[in-house]
Design a protein around this ligand. Structure first.
Ligand SMILES: [Zn+2]
Length: 82
């Protein structure tokens, strides 16, 4: 297994593989600065998204999606497979 890259935005953590519980869509997440990357975009800082925005869009909401739910309601870490 290759070691995940360090977050290019904050440099404080490695990117973790996560997925949405609703549809299983996978992404890379920095749990320090909540930056998100889809697999197809690579992990350039120019392609970084913000978890809150992606979650809000997926839920059809605007603003902060975390007033009525927590991360574990929406996303989960991919199980380590090796
Ligand atoms: Zn980061």
């Amino acid at each position: 297994m290759s070691t995940p890259p360090i977050c290019p935005r904050c440099g404080q953590d490695r990117l973790h593989p996560y997925r949405f519980k609703s549809d299983g869509a996978k992404f890379s997440l920095c749990t320090e600065c909540d930056s998100l990357w889809w697999p197809e975009t690579g992990t350039d800082i120019a392609n970084a998204l913000f978890l809150d925005d992606v979650v809000a869009a997926k839920l059809g909401e605007e603003g902060n999606p975390w007033t009525t739910r927590v991360w574990a309601d929406v996303i989960e870490p991919l199980p380590a497979d090796g």
